[in-house]
Design a protein around this ligand. Structure first.
Ligand code: SAM
Length: 276
């Protein structure tokens, strides 16, 4: 179990044969179909060139992939750095002795773009990001941020908060649970919020936590303010995802607009609610 806990630092998705469709390309342009495993399953390992946790597990990742190969389980690496290019990935594969494991660059940039699409941050305003994690959406927000727009990011994990603070000193990033959103906003005198972008994994959070967060979200948003999150296509019809959408729609008193992002790995749906 030790390695399983450790691998959570790298991020893994196990895909069973036939469960999801979708194609991508490896770093040399060859077609890859991680969602249509040739054997029993494919394990997608989300890593970064500069992530000390996933780098420290490189030998373990390789050992596990080799051990499971004969049992019909394949591995693929997905580099999820926001701006990494193929030459940096090739160097990383060489430096950490990855061989014979297909590698692709996660197209989460497409998801990040879709998450902030339509939000005009050049105008003075207030935006909050919940669960910035490694900063894929943060980067897209920072790129568009006008000088008079306040930006608060909230993550429960101190390691992510430290990284965000180091990378974007201009972003107010606090280590707290999103359940405290209203208090954090009030404490900073940020007033009603125009936009909330969320990377929180709502389908796996305890229901009481989700309820508290949603109630905070609807309290701090101004009328007409937006809440944007995403759900993976393969889980969209499952009860936790459906229940989340129902609760959010009840809070916001309007149904979300939905946009499919096929280029993400795995494909995702971006959902935006406008507060009624
Ligand atoms: C899926 S990850 C974020 C994905 C993000 N877009 C990225 O680029 O990494 C979810 C994030 O939510 C954070 N999180 C989970 N529960 C939280 C909570 N109750 N309050 C704030 N952050 C939370 C986790 O620490 C993690 O950083």
């Amino acid at each position: 179990m030790r390695w399983e806990r450790g691998l959570l630092g790298a991020g893994i998705i196990a895909l069973l044969a036939g469960s999801v469709s979708g194609q991508t390309r490896d770093i040399d342009g060859r077609s890859m179909a991680p969602f249509q495993p040739a054997g029993k399953a494919t394990v997608l390992l989300f890593i970064q060139t500069d992530c000390p946790i996933s780098n420290s597990y490189a030998p373990e990742i390789q050992r596990i992939c080799k051990a499971y190969e004969s049992r019909g389980v394949g591995c693929s690496l997905a580099y999820e750095d926001v701006r990494v290019e193929a030459p940096a990935v090739r160097k990383h594969l060489k430096d950490f002795s990855y061989s014979a494991i297909p590698a692709t660059i996660d197209s989460s940039r497409a998801l990040a773009e879709a998450m902030v699409d339509g939000i005009d941050l050049r105008q003075p305003g207030r935006i909050v990001e919940l669960g910035p994690g490694t900063g894929a959406f943060t980067a897209a927000i920072v790129e568009r941020l006008g000088v008079d727009t306040q930006f608060l990011a909230i993550d429960i994990d101190p390691a992510f908060v430290r990284e965000i603070q180091k990378r974007w000193p201009q972003v107010q990033c606090v280590c707290a649970s999103a359940e405290k959103l209203q208090a954090l906003v009030t404490h900073r005198g940020m007033g009603p919020i125009d936009h909330i972008v969320s990377g929180l994994p709502f389908v796996s959070l305890p229901p009481t936590m989700t309820r508290e967060i949603l109630s905070n979200v609807s309290s701090v948003l101004r009328p007409g303010g937006t809440f944007t999150t995403f759900q993976y296509l393969h889980g969209y019809g499952l009860p936790p995802a459906v229940n989340f959408r129902r609760s959010m729609t009840a809070h916001m008193t309007a149904a979300p607009s939905v946009r499919l992002v096929l280029r993400n790995l795995p494909p995702a749906l971006v959902l935006t609610w406008k507060k009624g």
